[in-house]
Design a protein around this ligand. Structure first.
Ligand SMILES: [Zn+2]
Length: 444
């Protein structure tokens, strides 16, 4: 990693005096940034409970001197959009006390505009017993800041706030508008979050979401994601006379096995290099995960019902309707081959996530600009990744016609125990963002 002093010697591009001053500020105010991040991580903001953390972000944007806009999503408006689906968190909590927060700097004029965005929601830290650090403690050990959401993605939010603060500290003012967004429910599809902000009219010439990509990876694609459930009915009977009943769990297992077979067949056929950059992800660009299974009543009764809940993810290249049909055909084929299921067909429900995959053209100038600064500041050639998980960038690219990428710090333990973000990498991210703002938006 280059520090700001070494940068003059290791960069590929000659830095201006202003750029060097900003980079110096970023290093010097590192502790301030770390404290900010600790404050944010200490506020639990599990999806559905984003309110308190959003108040923190509202104050942050106000303190930066931005025009601040805070509002709760209006589901009647959202429903009109073709990408709308009822998120599981909306079903459970509604959108009350779950606002989005926007902070907008009106540029001095003549420059390109830029959105810097992050989601404030985090996933549950459960099971907390698996953690060796308090998930809401924001403890720092060896440059690692621990906590739920530290990497995914409050570290990225800290980086963008820090980048902007350090530009301001030099007295420079971006020429293009800079729009900061702190959005809700990304983990659940981003309908009431990022999509709502686009429908509200917060557009720009490009967008960067600071999801944790290890600094030098640029995420240029997201996967399609759908949830589905399969309910099977059996016939209950006393366990002592189980032969008189039909066990729905046994029937559901046939569907379980058929879905695994479909998964294997798809994985052997579907390739998407950006989703397979890491060795562990080779051959897994698409996945069917059977994430929940329940059924039956108690041990003394033959199970009269069983239900599977699954997620299918797939990279760019397949249409949502085609993927849906493959899943349904697989389940109906099982039903045709089983006399009981033929008479009592399984019921399939599609619920929650229903996202198409997307891909950002890597030749776009925002991708090129960020790629250049990654090289300059980390000495590494940026890798293009993505396509195995759903991301809010799809809302920009597909529904806002705004080029968008993800770039953010390095962390570990995302969606699992002992999540952390490396503070050095948050600083590096802030530097890349600061130079990108200056270069992309221009400045006075
Ligand atoms: Zn995230």
């Amino acid at each position: 990693m280059c520090d700001s002093k070494a940068l003059l010697n290791c960069g590929t591009r000659k830095q201006s005096g202003l750029q060097n001053r900003v980079l110096k500020e970023i290093d010097e105010k590192r502790d301030e940034m770390t404290k900010f991040l600790q404050g944010l991580v200490k506020i639990p903001s599990v999806v559905g409970y984003e309110g308190a953390a959003q108040r923190f972000m509202q104050k942050t944007f106000r303190d930066l001197g931005l025009e601040v806009h805070v509002w709760e999503p209006d589901v009647a408006e959202l429903e009109k959009h073709p990408a709308y689906f009822k998120t599981t968190s909306y079903t459970k909590f509604g959108y009350k006390r779950r606002p989005n927060v926007i902070g907008r700097l009106q540029g001095s004029g003549g420059g390109r505009s830029l959105i810097l965005a992050g989601h404030i929601d985090v996933v549950s830290p459960e099971p907390v017993s698996a953690w060796t650090h308090d998930p809401w403690g924001a403890e720092i050990v060896d440059d690692k800041l621990y906590g739920r959401g530290a990497a995914d993605m409050k570290g990225g939010i800290a980086a963008m706030v820090h980048a902007f603060k350090c530009i301001q500290a030099t007295g420079a003012k971006p020429a293009g508008d800079v729009i900061f967004k702190s959005t809700i429910e990304e983990e659940d599809g981003g309908i009431g979050g990022t999509l709502a902000t686009i429908l509200k009219g917060y557009h720009a010439d490009a967008a960067i979401i600071t999801e944790p990509t290890d600094v030098y990876n640029i995420e240029i694609a997201s996967s399609g994601v759908m949830y589905f459930g399969v309910k099977v009915l059996g016939e209950s009977a006393h366990a002592a006379f189980a032969q008189l009943g039909v066990n729905a769990i046994g029937k559901a297992m046939k569907i379980y096995n058929a879905l695994l077979k479909l998964n294997n067949e798809r994985q052997s056929r579907i390739r998407y290099p950006p989703a397979e950059v890491e060795p562990a992800t080779k051959g897994h660009a698409t996945t069917i995960n059977i994430g929940k299974i329940q059924g039956g009543d108690w041990p003394s009764t033959v199970a009269g019902w069983a239900e599977l809940e699954c997620r299918i993810g797939w990279p760019p290249g397949e249409e949502l309707e085609d993927v849906k049909k493959q899943v349904e055909d697989t389940i109906y084929r099982v039903a045709e081959e089983d006399p009981w299921l033929r008479e009592n067909p399984p019921r399939i429900k599609w619920f929650g996530w229903r996202a198409r995959p997307h891909e950002q053209d890597v030749n776009h100038s925002i991708v090129q600009t960020v790629t250049e600064f990654v090289k300059e500041l980390t000495g590494k050639k940026a890798k293009f990744i993505g396509g195995s998980a759903g991301l809010d960038t799809r809302h920009y690219v597909l529904h806002g016609k705004i080029p968008a990428i993800c770039l953010g710090p390095h962390g570990s333990g995302l969606h699992s125990a002992d999540e952390y973000v490396e503070i050095d990498s948050v600083v590096e991210t802030a530097k890349i963002l600061a130079l990108t703002i200056l270069d992309w938006c221009g400045y006075e």
